[in-house]
Design a binder for this molecule. Structure first.
Ligand code: PRP
Ligand code: URA
Length: 210
């Protein structure tokens, strides 16, 4: 399980995360921070993309140089909060296609309820990055990934900002083939299955609802 989870302890990510956690941070800044952290996470999570050499002409000489070797990516945010990570990911990889999975947690049972699904038609040729800032019980991530797996993508990575130990256990045992990336592992969950110390309700903080 340990090798399946990568925590990005880069100082810039940790610094920005502190301001995301602060309850006095308003929606505008919170959204900007989600974007900035997502961009930095994208940079790290795409580190293993294969490269190939191509011939090019600089203004000075002919040379060989490297480009990404034809790997096609798809980004799949889990609605709503995952959408806060999407633009940053697309700014790094503009050629990626985008799918959406709509899930919300039932307030009493905390179980995910699916309400929307739209995935790229060629997802079976793509490496998928599932986006959701919060991995709490893991129910939403486990279900979203099970739904995506029905379309047989080449691979799946899960990117979140905060992960609770309960969510990591649920996700890594349900999907041992999915690499998980987060900016921090938190202490646990409260009685309403919110992450502690966490950052509150990510969707509400991104979209200013509440
Ligand atoms: C949040 C979050 C995850 C889920 C995590 O979404 O964005 O999708 O909870 O919790 P879990 O790991 O226990 O499933 P929420 O259900 O609040 O929906 P929203 O994004 O529409 O607000
Ligand atoms: N969803 C959130 O937005 N925050 C949590 O702490 C748990 C689930």
């Amino acid at each position: 399980m340990e090798n399946q989870v990568t925590v990005f302890d880069h100082p810039l990510i940790q610094h920005k995360l502190t301001f995301m956690r602060d309850k006095n941070t308003g929606s505008k800044l919170f959204r900007e921070l989600v974007s900035e952290v997502s961009m930095l996470m994208c940079y790290e999570a795409t580190r293993d993309l294969p490269l190939k050499e191509v011939e090019i002409e600089t203004p000075m000489a002919s040379t060989t140089s490297k480009v990404i070797a034809g790997r096609k990516l798809a980004f799949v945010p889990i609605l709503r909060a995952g959408c806060g990570m999407l633009d940053a990911m697309l700014s790094m990889v503009p050629a990626a296609k985008v799918g959406h999975i709509g899930l919300y947690r039932d307030e009493t049972t905390h179980q995910p309820v699916e309400y929307y699904k739209k995935l790229p038609s060629d997802i079976s040729e793509r490496d998928v990055f599932v986006l959701d800032p919060m991995l709490a019980t893991g129910g939403s991530a486990v279900d979203a990934i099970s739904i995506i797996k029905q379309s047989k993508p080449r691979s799946i990575k899960f990117l979140c900002i905060l992960a609770a130990p309960e969510g990591i256990r649920a996700l890594t045992s349900a999907h041992p083939d999915v690499q998980v990336y987060c900016a921090a592992k938190d202490e646990g969950l409260d009685k309403n299955c919110y992450i502690l110390p966490g950052l509150g309700d990510a969707g509400d903080r991104i979209f200013g609802t509440k």
